[in-house]
Design a binder for this molecule. Structure first.
Ligand code: A3P
Length: 293
């Protein structure tokens, strides 16, 4: 059953109690059958939770800090975005047959329920972010998109859609809960923790990936991954979206990169509604950092 979501350009449909945009639904059968293995690394997140940042970090750790390659290849060519229509799962399969030991780097916004049991064989890195900042970041992103998945409404309408779970990949809270339930075997980190506590977090991540990391390597990585540096790095800032007309001219993927930008958009009532949603629906073991001390 197709749904027309308020102010969204593209239709959506419910599968496994999640809402997905039309353009990825035709791929679902193939996605549910896709075979993962121990040489796969998957970065996952609800949209606008910091996946690009974690991808760049994972790429560099995994490649033993091959900055030359990172400078040459766009992030979207270094990771296969599993549900994206132009990404061929068949090719990924063929690659696996040819090179059984090769590390395949993948990105997805899909929740774990979409995948079969082999998903758990992969190394999974999940990043989440406080929902108020996710809401603001996602609003700006979808507003600047010209194509299919774009959004045409106002912020007050968008936050309502967020609260009633009428967004692509929603419910946000189910996404977080579902990945959190895998916490024993996957690597989970919040965007805020990553920004505030970069080096200890990256040490943990490197250990999860079976890699060692020196203090010098950490220092360089931290600089490389700073907001200012990534904002001007054309291999991670998606400026090429502009060349293809995907986005409006004033689009900036690296928009603000802050904790607490929601304070510029939320009134007290809206904020309370989000707090209530979190209290009622998110596993209460999960803490969120809203950037207020
Ligand atoms: P804002 O819109 O709040 O600025 P994703 O990669 O999951 O789409 O998330 C995008 C968000 O992460 C954007 O948030 C973007 O600015 C932020 N981001 C990306 N790289 C970052 C970095 N190096 N440091 C801080 N924030 C970063």
């Amino acid at each position: 059953i197709w749904l027309n979501l308020k102010n969204f350009k593209e239709k959506a449909a419910y599968i496994y109690d999640y809402l997905f945009p039309e353009q990825i639904i035709s791929k679902f059968k193939e996605l549910t059958r896709f075979q993962f293995d121990k040489n796969d690394i998957i970065c996952s997140a609800f949209p606008k939770s910091g996946i690009t940042l974690i991808q760049e970090i994972v790429y560099l750790i995994q490649s033993d800090f091959n900055y030359e390659q990172a400078k040459q290849k766009d992030i979207s060519d270094r990771f296969s975005f599993l549900e994206w229509p132009s990404v061929s799962l068949k090719e990924l399969n063929n690659e696996r047959e040819k090179y059984p030991e090769k590390i395949r780097l993948m990105k997805t916004h899909l929740p774990p329920i979409v995948f079969n049991d082999t998903f758990k064989k992969a190394k999974i890195i999940y990043i989440y972010r406080n929902p108020k900042d996710v809401c603001v970041s996602l609003y700006h992103f979808l507003k600047s998109i010209n194509v299919d998945i774009g959004y045409t409404g106002k912020f007050y309408e968008f936050h309502e859609s967020f609260l009633i779970d009428e967004l692509y990949y929603a419910p946000w809270w189910r996404h977080v809960n579902d990945y959190y339930s895998l916490k024993e075997s996957i690597f989970i980190v919040s965007y805020e923790e990553l920004l505030k506590n970069f080096q200890p977090t990256i040490r943990r991540l490197a250990a999860y990936l079976g890699k060692s990391i020196t203090t010098e390597q950490l220092d360089k990585l931290e600089q490389w991954c700073s907001f200012e540096s990534m904002k001007t790095n054309s291999k991670v800032n998606y400026d090429w979206f502009k060349d293809y007309g995907f986005v409006k001219k004033d689009f900036s993927f690296m928009r603000k990169g802050q904790i607490g930008d929601w304070l510029n958009y939320f009134d007290i009532n809206t904020s309370k509604k989000f707090d209530e949603m979190v209290r009622k629906k998110v596993n209460n073991e999960i803490q969120f950092d809203y950037g207020i001390t």
